[in-house]
Design a binder for this molecule. Structure first.
Ligand code: HEM
Length: 392
């Protein structure tokens, strides 16, 4: 008997190897333990496309009310953010901001996003640069800050706060993380106060004046909106841009194809969100006993939905481990699915497209430079802390 096959080794989703390349672990889990009790998350990790999709489409059973982090974080307190609510309240909250993200509003942002990308390209230190601080971070940060109505001089704080909040999603809160999150909340409370007195054409003004069933949003709801828009608006798109360039810097054939035919750029962005999605794993909590495959999961259990694993499931995608911009199946889960489907997907696609076009305009070739890329230390967000490139 093959002991290996009947008793495969326990995967470690918190290891350095996993952070470098989680896909071999996902492959083994999908095959051997598609509903896997992950000891450190303390929940059931789903890795098959159909299981992840079914959970996302059934918020009554797989609730977000305990928060979307893989494990609930005590540091997040009573923040009633959009991804931490269930219908029907969720849908009322979502309706308040969805107007800011309609395709028309996103198209209206295009000239401004292009101008910001141009400025950043202009400021590149030379043909050898770290993409992350040069373009991946500042582009989405400036865009979402301007949408919210934040003063440009607060942008460095913005990034620090947002990083701290992401830290809270998966680690035991440290005093420094909590303090940064409190600073962020304090900043937005002041800004909200100003906009109550003196409204402007920005999202903070819209939210402080918005009503649900004749009442204004309470403090927890407002805090939740500001935080989620800040975090979701930049940690994710930053890593889309980095992951995109990481792939293309080792694929000179694709770089040339994209330079020659820019109509392929949106397909490249979409394939990156499938192939190496910035949001890899989030959580839900069961509101009743459920059976997935042959595993019984009791009510009140944590379930981790792995978008990253689902997007590489060969049952859903031909040659799932290959990066193919011409692929026809586009039903990936990189932006989630169901009621929590990413509100900013249109904006993220626009930012990704503009960032890539700006680099394609500037460089005939692009390749990795030293030092070696450094991956983010996260099991939720997949991307880079630094990514040195050389353009020519
Ligand atoms: C490549 C970039 C992005 C990726 C990969 C991404 C991914 C996701 C995913 C997977 C979800 C679902 C969460 C869940 O199932 O619980 C989500 C939700 C969300 N995203 Fe994004 N996102 C991106 C960019 C953005 C941007 C630019 C914004 C806004 C400026 C944004 C705002 C949101 C919001 C508000 C939600 C919560 C929606 C709800 O709960 O109804 N995202 N995103």
């Amino acid at each position: 008997m093959n002991v290996e096959a009947s008793n495969p080794p326990e995967p470690d989703v918190f290891s350095a190897e996993f952070r470098e390349d989680p896909y071999p672990v996902y492959r083994a889990l999908r095959r051997d333990r598609p509903v896997y009790r992950e000891p450190r998350y303390g929940g059931w990790l789903l890795t098959r496309f159909d299981d992840v999709l079914a959970a996302l489409l059934d918020p009554e059973t797989f609730s977000s009310a305990q928060g979307p982090a893989p494990m609930p974080s005590p540091g997040l307190g009573s923040i009633a953010a959009l991804p931490a609510t269930d219908p029907p309240h969720h849908d009322q909250l979502r309706a308040l901001v969805s107007r800011a993200f309609t395709p028309r509003r996103v198209t209206e942002c295009e000239p401004r996003v292009e101008a910001i990308a141009r400025e950043l390209m202009h400021a590149l230190p030379g043909d050898e640069f770290d993409l992350v601080p040069a373009l991946s971070i500042p582009l989405p940060v400036v865009v979402i800050a301007e949408m919210l109505g934040v003063e440009p001089e607060r942008l460095p704080d913005f990034r620090r706060w947002s990083d701290a909040f992401v830290g809270l999603l998966e680690s035991t809160p440290t005093p420094a993380l909590i303090e940064a999150t409190q600073e962020l909340v304090g900043y937005f409370r002041n800004l909200a106060e100003e906009r109550r007195r003196d409204p402007k054409d920005d999202l903070v003004s819209a939210l402080v004046h918005a009503e649900i069933d004749g009442r204004r949003l309470d403090q927890g709801e407002l805090d939740g909106f500001f935080i989620i828009l800040l975090v979701a608006g930049n940690e994710t798109t930053t890593n889309l841009i980095s992951n995109q360039l990481h792939i293309l810097s080792t694929r000179p054939d694709l770089w040339q194809r994209l330079r020659a035919d820019r109509s392929l750029v949106p397909a490249a962005i979409e394939e990156t969100v499938r192939f190496d999605c910035p949001v890899q794993n989030l959580g839900r909590e069961t509101t009743r006993d459920v059976t997935i495959g042959d595993v019984e999961i009791s009510r009140g259990s944590r379930v981790i939905v792995s978008y990253g694993a689902a997007n590489r499931d060969p049952a859903a995608f031909d040659a799932a481990d290959e990066y193919r911009i011409e692929r026809e199946e586009r039903r990936h889960l990189g932006f989630g699915q169901g009621v929590h489907f990413c509100l900013g997907a249109g904006l993220a696609r626009l930012e990704g497209r503009i960032a890539l076009n700006a680099l394609l305009d500037r460089f005939e070739r692009i390749e990795p430079a030293g030092p070696a890329p450094v991956r983010l230390q996260s099991t939720v967000i997949r991307g880079f802390e630094s990514l040195a490139l050389r353009g020519a």
